[in-house]
Design a protein around this ligand. Structure first.
Ligand code: GRF
Length: 215
């Protein structure tokens, strides 16, 4: 990996996680080069956040493309001009094609608002409340072809408060995400965490389970 890890951040919406990366880099807590912000949504507020931080932005609406594969090829064409070492999916609401994942094999991270392998997919906070779970949180993982299924790096965990609403839980989980996502990305950028042979390796050994931080 290059000295300063060139990083592309892919968003579709508000971009609070993108903002956490911008703030961590600006504050000297994260040694990544935020090379480009990509959005499939021209109205994503995250594009404004990137512009304010002088990060180049690229926006390609997915609806301009006939299928997922052609859209993904267009993203690759744009991103490769920045020669990224790392791709950060931060609320990027598109499923990636196998060709895209293979092109950036081992270089794509995602954050999912649940303690994976629990609750892949959507509406995680409500599903946690409906199940009466006592623990919830968020997971940073390497992206593979399996949706929300790649090897896990870091989880932030919290105790669900009795009577808490899905909105309250969402905001508490997001606050955790803003800490654990830049931290885990920093581990990958520095080479401390790696994707190798389908596993996550941390500090030179296969991580059978993610690192868990309680909040
Ligand atoms: C986060 O909660 C993340 O877990 C999920 O999408 C959300 C993105 O939020 N993948 P934001 O756009 O970063 O505010």
């Amino acid at each position: 990996m290059a000295n300063r890890c060139k990083t592309a951040i892919l968003i579709s919406g508000s971009g609070t996680n993108l903002q956490a990366f911008i703030d961590a880099v600006a504050g000297g807590d994260l040694d990544l080069e935020l090379a480009v912000d990509f959005s499939n949504n021209p109205k994503a507020y995250g594009l404004e956040r990137a512009e304010k931080a002088d990060i180049p932005t690229v926006c390609l609406p997915h609806s301009d493309y006939p299928d997922r594969e052609s859209f993904d090829r267009a993203i690759i064409h744009e991103l490769d001009q920045f020669d990224p070492d790392l791709l950060i999916l931060a609320g990027f609401m598109r499923i990636l094609s196998p060709g895209f994942v293979a092109h950036y094999s081992g270089k794509i991270l995602n954050i999912h608002p649940a303690l994976l392998p629990l609750y892949p997919g959507m509406n995680t906070h409500q599903r946690v409340l409906d199940s009466g779970d006592t623990w919830h949180g968020s997971t940073v993982h390497f992206v593979t072809e399996e949706l929300d299924g790649g090897p896990r790096i870091l989880q932030g965990r919290l105790a669900v408060t009795p009577g808490e609403t899905a909105e309250e839980l969402t905001s508490r989980v997001q606050a955790i995400e803003h800490k654990i996502y830049p931290e885990a990305a920093g581990w990958v950028g520095s080479g401390r965490a790696k994707f190798r042979n389908g596993d996550c390796w941390i500090d030179g050994v296969v991580a059978e389970a993610p690192v868990v931080q309680d909040f």
